[in-house]
Design a protein around this ligand. Structure first.
Ligand code: ZN
Length: 98
């Protein structure tokens, strides 16, 4: 079975995530809080989220960006066809990166 550390490494490579610490010697568990730099383009805040959340496919965003993304998701769920400027900003930033 792949260790949590291996999975974390793979996640970081695939998502271009910069971690704050080297976790090689840590006993990683699903709720171990991982620290690193927010993956939003131009954001220099740090994220601090449980490993489990990263490995379930969530992106590594700081608290501020996570809240922005959550707002977008809610808007989409409401299905009212209206998106905030923030959502559009986030989407255009994403497509530029890819
Ligand atoms: Zn951020």
């Amino acid at each position: 079975m792949t260790s949590f550390y291996d999975r974390l490494q793979t996640y970081c490579e695939e998502n271009d995530v910069t971690l704050k610490w080297n976790y090689a010697d840590e006993k990683l568990r699903p709720f171990y809080k991982i620290e690193g730099t927010c993956t939003t383009d131009g954001c220099e805040n740090e994220f601090y989220v449980p490993l489990k959340r990263l490995l379930t496919g969530d992106s590594a965003f700081c608290e501020e960006c996570t809240n922005e993304h959550r707002k977008c998701e809610l808007l989409e769920l409401n299905g009212n066809g209206r998106k905030s400027t923030t959502c559009d900003d986030v989407e255009s930033t994403d497509s530029e990166v890819k």
